[in-house]
Structures are given as structure tokens and as C-alpha cells.
Write a protein that binds this ligand. Structure first.
Ligand code: DGJ
Length: 722
């Protein structure tokens, strides 16, 4: 039984194959956290939550049973003596904001329920068990339900909270995090993913100071700048060993991940919607659901944590026919033509692409309205017949006649001021009356909280998708949100707009996928500005970065791999416009650690480049299953000199090692070691060398040649027996 209630000690025991999560109810109804870590059998662990008592400056409950400021609280609240970062703060109708919840009841069931109107992991009855705990606040009348789902096959725990107003008066939610996790004293470090446009999800690991550490977004999107992911790692944890707790929020909007290390060294980690620019009014009888946090505990280091996320997200977050189906090998025209194309130019790209073995032509920005640059036309989803005679249908038919699929770019959430849409509906943008609207990439943000706006967008996209055969849509989002206010919301609900926007986005995505269930969506936001688990629920692949320089991509893809599976990492062999020129071989080797595709004017390729492309296409097919469904081992992090990674098939019968020499030196590492093989199996490389897995993993591969900057190689192993 993955979830048990131990009556005698009032203990909730939750387990996965290798982990356990334990908390109990005190006599006065508090939920106190006891343990989260490597598997232990069901037992009474109440003694583990005891903390050193403090003097009067850390007050206790009136019955002296719990000192809320030091106790490991299962879901911390504000204003009743716990001065650390809190998960919940409710302002009641009389104006005060002290919140205090006590246990009432619980239930345990097989499987997992949906979070209404929100993306989340899902599970069949035999794949998970769920615990729902109800705790109430007798003063505010809040009824809080804490949801915990443990997965039978993965060391993962999904949590979210629901707050219901059972009082006769309205209440205001001021902060309502998805999860609170208490980690006892230790040498903990924080790992997180920071970045920028063209530098997304850069990995950083650092010591945690006393006090609060915060990673967040207030940009209206999960953002390029911080990802809704943090890991708390033991200082000695490595890629392969040691304790690591990962936390990842299934949300595409403003998020907050905060840690607070108290003076005893105990650590609290909370994660959820960012309380800045957030508030939610609950009328009597209404409820609010937070998004979900997925936490993974690993005592096999960061590598094992990542592999758990990868499998869970591939199998229990991504949906639809493209979840496991082989994705079409695409060529995108953006970096090849930008806005400067017509039907013949695109067709010629498809022609050559088809010759070298590519399977889908994606037409990027510039096919609609007066969109000849990024200053006009956005929002006018009507084909520009000057560029594309006969419309999208004529082009799509020609592409299909070649035997290829066809994909199309949209940026539904935005509008250029110079567009028919804006001229007709200026009030459809997010804006504050009387204040000039900020502008980004010459565009404003449409108010997706409005149903009429979503209806317009749905109808416009649906029409295009019905008129022509379109198998794929790239859904872009190219600026962050400012002046978050809606013309339709009453004053007391304006604080809800950032979250309502995100819910509107989910609604539109869901509606589109319902109407076009076979569509493959690729998420995008000026590269990877909205690369989060919530978007993966709709789009199983996401464009990772506008930076397609193979060397810069190493650290972008390394950071992304912390929690997102390779099958989600949109990666292309592309024109080197912004940075250095790297060998095609290396561009392909790096792009192979993702969905793989091309983004250049393929008609300009030399004969030699076309031949090498054919070879890389063949490799894409050969390694597809291994890379998309295999286990990833990060062997050498991109440290400025070199980088290497290994994929191992689930049955350990094949493996592929890729090594990139970032900076060639006489002393470049020549020995690179495999990981994850069966030590007792024998594997042959493509030159016929046979060694046991033990030798490939301990002695590794010896490359004696001095490698130049940006060169790379791969070694493929196949099992030949025990
Ligand atoms: C930003 C995306 O990241 C690019 O790939 C491209 O689609 C452009 N937008 C088009 O405007």
C-alpha cells in the first residue's frame, strides 16, 4: 500500500519504490512533517519532528502543544507564530490575515484526480495513489484540501492545494502556494536554472545562506530568467550519488520558489504562484485550486533525479498521439528566410529537404496579414496572398504532394498596434486605463482572460487548420506582460488577472487540441521563455532557445535536462547567424540530444553539406528510440572545455556516448567513460572492439587524437551478450 494511515500515531505514510514521505497530526490538529527521503517502512516517526525549544520570542499555540516557528509544518500559514515563509495567507472579511488550519478528515484512493481546468500529471488507478487531507480554519471559514499523489513506478510526489470558502462572507487569498516541504538541518545547496533570452536554463549550484533565498518570475510567464525548478542537494551529492530533492511547478505564469534556512539550519522550501501581482477573491462557496508541484527525491544524485522527472513527464504528463509516436523530422524556414519568402522559395526549401530525408516543412512567422517585419500584422490571422498565392492550402498541398507534412507558426496571444485586430479592438489588450501601454517587439499582449478574445483566436486558428492540411503548430509568445489589468474585471478582482491570463491560455490550448486532436504542438517563447511542465501537457516539444550555436546550446540543454526529457527539447541544426561557425557534425551531434530538425535555407547547402545531412538524418532514425526513450547520463558537464553525455536504452542493450570538445587543447581529456551499462554484459562499438560494460564504464573510451575547438564524436555500443 503506497499510502497508509497509522491510526495509533495518527501518521500518514506515503511511499514510492525508493522513497517515503511521512507526517502526523498532533493532538491539537496540526499537521507536522516527520520525514522525506530514502525508503523506510511504515512506522511512527513523530520523534523526528521534535525541534529545540525556544524562549518566548518563538511563541507556541495557546495549549503549548506546538511551537509553530520551529516545528516542521506540513503546510505553513501566516500570522500565528510561524515567522518563516508561509504557504497560505487569507485575509478575512474583517480585514485581518492570520490563518490557521487544523486537520479534520482524510481519504485515500487509487489513481489521481484532475485539477479542474489546469494541466497536471495524470495516472491510472494502478499507477498512483492519492491522499486528500482536509484542514479547516475556524475563524476565516477556509476549508483547505491538501492533495498528495505518489506514483507506483516513480520516486515522485505530486502535490497541490484547494481552498474553499465555507464562510458566509467573501475572503481574499493573498498567498496560496502549492507545496511546503521541510528538510532537516544539513549541508544543503540549491540548484536552479537562471538565464536570459538565448541563455535559458543555465545551471547554478550554490550554498544556501541563512534566511530567505528566492527564485521567481513576475513576467507573466515562467520566463527565460528563472525556471520553476529548484533542487536542494547535499553538498557532497554528485551526478551519481547523494541526496537530492527536486521541485518543479506545473505552471506557466508568475511563480515563486523560496527556501528559508532558520537559525537551527532547518530548511523550508515552498513553491507556487508568486504572491506578487496575485490575489484571489473567494465568494462564499467558491474554491481555488493551486497548480501542482512535482517533487522527486533521489539518493542517486542529480542524475537519478533527472531520469525520474524524464520518465514521469514522458509517460504521465505529455499526452495525445505524439506522446510516444515518432515525431516528424522537420525543417523550419525562420533562420533561412526570416520574413522574406514566397510560395516558391518555401517550396524549394521543402524540395531539397525532402531529397535529404526531412519529413515536415514548418512555415514560421510572416505568412499572414501585413507581416513583412515584426512591426505589423500580428493578430490578423488571414494569409498574405501576395507572398502565398492560393493561400496556405496551395502551399500545404504542394508540400504534401512531395510526401511531406506541413506545419505553421502562430503567436496567438499578441497583437501589433499596426494591425486590423488592434484597430478594431484596442480594448482587447491588457492595459491600465490612463496609462500608456508598454511595448515589446512592437507588440501588445491580448487579454486571454476574456472569453471573447479567446473565441476570436480559436475561430481564427480553427479556420486555418480546417482549410489546409496542417499537422503541426508552433505556438510562440514573444514578450512579457506589463500593465496586468483587464477591461472586464471589477476593481476587486484586478489582482487575479495574471493567473486568469494563464488559465485563459490553458483553456485556449485545450480547446484547440480537442478540436484538432492529431495536431503536434511545439511550444515556444522567443526560444525557451516558457519551457515548463504545464506547457508540456499541451506541447510535447518546446523550442529550447533561439540560440542555435552548438557550443552555447551545450549549457542550455544541460540545464534543461535537469527535469525536462530529451523528447521535449526542440533542437535544430541551424545557420550560425549570431555566433561562431561550428562543424555541421557538431551541430548535428548536439541537436540529436533533442527533437532534432533543421533551421536554415537548405537550398544554399553545399553538395558536401547535403551529403552530411543525409548521414545525420540516418543517425536520427537509428538512434531515435535510444535517445527519446533511453536514460540520460550527464557524463561531463559543459565546463568551458568539454561536455559529454550518454543515452542507455531501458533494457541496457545499446548506448550512445557523445563528446564535444569546447576548447581544444593539447591536454583535452581523452578518456571518456560510459555510464548506466550492465557491467556484466559485453558491448561492441562500431569498430568491432568488444569490452564488458564494466570496462566501458571504468576504463572508458580513449581518443588519442588532439581535438580542435568545437569538434565532437559519438561512440555507439550494442550488446553482444553476457
Ligand atoms: C521567436 C522564435 O523563438 C523564433 O524561432 C521565431 O519563430 C520567431 N519568434 C518568429 O518571429
Amino acid at each position: 500500500m503506497p499510502i497508509q494511515y497509522l491510526e495509533e500515531s495518527k501518521t500518514f505514510y506515503l511511499s514510492t519504490p525508493n522513497t517515503a514521505y511521512v507526517f502526523h497530526v498532533t493532538e491539537n490538529g496540526y499537521l507536522i512533517h516527520d520525514y522525506y527521503g530514502a525508503w523506510v517502512p511504515p512506522c511512527d516517526l513523530r520523534a523526528y519532528s521534535a525541534r529545540t525549544g525556544k524562549a518566548s520570542f518563538a511563541p507556541s499555540t495557546a495549549d503549548l502543544l506546538v511551537q509553530t516557528d520551529t516545528a516542521p509544518m506540513e503546510y505553513s500559514t501566516n500570522g500565528v507564530g510561524d515567522y518563516r515563509v508561509s504557504a497560505l495567507q487569507i485575509r478575512e472579511y474583517r480585514g485581518n490575515a492570520s490563518t490557521d488550519i487544523r486537520y479534520q478528515s482524510h481519504r485515500i484512493y487509487d489513481g489521481k484526480r484532475e485539477i479542474p481546468h489546469q494541466p497536471a500529471t495524470y495516472a491510472a488507478e494502478d499507477e498512483a495513489q492519492t491522499l486528500e487531507i482536509v484542514a479547516t480554519d475556524k475563524v476565516t471559514g477556509a476549508r483547505v484540501t491538501l492533495f498528495y499523489t505518489v506514483f507506483t513506478n516513480y520516486d515522485a510526489l505530486a502535490r497541490h492545494a484547494r481552498v474553499e470558502n465555507t464562510a458566509a462572507h467573501p475572503m481574499d487569498l493573498e498567498r496560496v502556494y502549492s507545496s511546503c516541504c521541510e528538510i532537516p538541518f544539513g549541508d544543503w545547496q540549491i540548484c536552479h536554472l537562471y538565464g536570459d533570452w538565448t541563455k535559458e536554463r543555465t545551471f547554478e549550484r550554490k550554498d544556501l545562506p541563512f534566511g530567505i533565498t528566492s527564485m521567481e518570475s513576475k513576467r507573466g510567464a515562467s520566463s527565460h530568467y528563472h525556471n520553476p525548478f529548484v533542487a536542494i542537494a547535499d553538498k557532497n551529492a554528485t551526478e551519481d550519488t547523494g541526496a537530492v530533492y527536486g521541485f518543479n511547478l506545473v505552471y506557466s505564469g508568475n511563480f515563486s520558489a523560496q527556501t528559508e534556512k532558520n537559525s537551527d539550519g532547518d530548511l523550508r522550501v515552498i513553491m507556487g504562484i508568486n504572491p506578487t501581482d496575485f490575489g484571489w477573491k473567494l465568494e462564499s462557496g467558491e474554491f481555488f485550486d493551486t497548480p501542482e508541484v512535482v517533487s522527486v527525491y533521489s539518493d542517486g544524485g542529480l542524475g537519478e533525479m533527472s531520469r525520474t522527472y524524464h520518465k514521469l513527464y514522458r509517460n504521465n504528463l505529455c499526452r495525445g498521439p505524439w506522446k510516444n509516436a515518432k515525431r516528424p523530422l522537420l525543417v523550419n524556414n525562420w533562420k533561412g528566410t526570416y520574413f522574406n519568402f514566397d510560395q516558391d522559395k518555401i517550396y524549394n526549401i521543402a524540395l531539397v529537404a525532402h531529397e535529404v530525408g526531412l519529413e515536415m516543412l514548418v512555415l514560421d512567422d510572416g505568412w499572414f496579414g501585413a507581416r513583412n517585419n515584426d512591426k505589423a500584422g500580428l493578430g490578423d490571422w488571414v494569409v498574405n496572398e501576395k507572398k502565398l498565392k492560393g493561400g496556405i492550402k496551395a502551399l500545404s498541398d504542394r508540400i504534401h504532394d512531395l510526401g511531406m507534412k506541413f506545419g505553421l507558426w502562430f503567436e496567438p496571444e499578441m497583437v501589433n498596434p499596426d494591425s486590423d485586430l488592434y484597430r478594431a479592438h484596442p480594448d482587447w489588450c491588457l492595459q491600465v486605463e490612463g496609462r500608456e501601454m508598454s511595448i515589446g517587439r512592437t507588440q501588445y499582449v491580448l487579454d486571454l482572460s476574456r472569453k471573447d478574445v479567446r473565441d476570436y483566436l480559436f475561430d481564427a486558428m480553427d479556420k486555418i487548420l480546417r482549410e489546409a492540411r496542417i499537422e503541426y503548430v508552433k505556438w510562440d509568445f514573444n514578450r512579457n506582460i506589463t500593465e496586468p489589468a483587464s477591461a472586464l474585471l471589477p476593481a476587486e478582482r484586478q489582482k487575479e488577472i495574471s493567473h486568469r491570463y494563464v488559465l485563459g491560455l490553458y483553456d485556449l490550448l485545450e480547446r484547440l487540441l480537442k478540436a484538432h486532436p492529431d495536431l503536434l504542438l511545439e511550444g515556444c517563447s522567443g526560444g525557451g521563455g516558457r519551457f515548463d511542465p504545464a506547457m508540456l501537457y499541451y506541447s510535447p516539444q518546446i523550442w529550447t532557445s533561439d540560440n542555435t550555436d552548438a557550443i552555447d546550446r551545450l549549457s542550455i540543454q544541460y540545464g534543461t535536462s535537469m527535469c525536462y526529457p530529451t523528447s521535449s527539447v526542440g533542437s535544430h541544426v541551424a545557420t550560425c547567424h549570431s555566433t561562431r561557425i561550428t562543424p555541421m557534425e557538431t551541430r548535428a551531434n548536439v541537436a540529436l540530444a533533442g527533437t532534432f530538425g533543421y533551421e536554415l535555407d537548405i537550398t544554399k547547402m553545399t553538395e558536401e553539406e547535403r551529403e552530411s545531412t543525409k548521414a545525420h538524418v540516418a543517425e536520427y532514425h537509428k538512434y531515435y528510440d535510444l535517445i527519446h526513450f533511453g536514460d540520460l547520463y550527464r557524463v561531463v558537464p559543459p565546463d568551458g572545455k568539454e561536455c559529454a553525455w550518454v543515452y542507455v536504452s531501458p533494457d541496457k542493450s545499446e548506448a550512445l556516448l557523445t563528446f564535444v570538445c569546447i576548447r581544444g587543447r593539447k591536454t583535452t581529456r581523452r578518456t571518456v567513460k560510459f555510464r548506466g551499462l550492465d557491467p556484466d554484459k559485453y558491448y561492441a562499438d562500431e569498430s568491432g572492439t568488444v569490452q564488458s560494460g564494466r570496462v566501458w564504464m571504468n576504463a572508458g573510451v580513449n581518443r588519442t587524437a588532439v581535438m580542435r575547438d568545437s569538434e565532437s564524436f559519438k561512440v555507439y555500443l550494442k550488446e553482444i551478450g553476457k
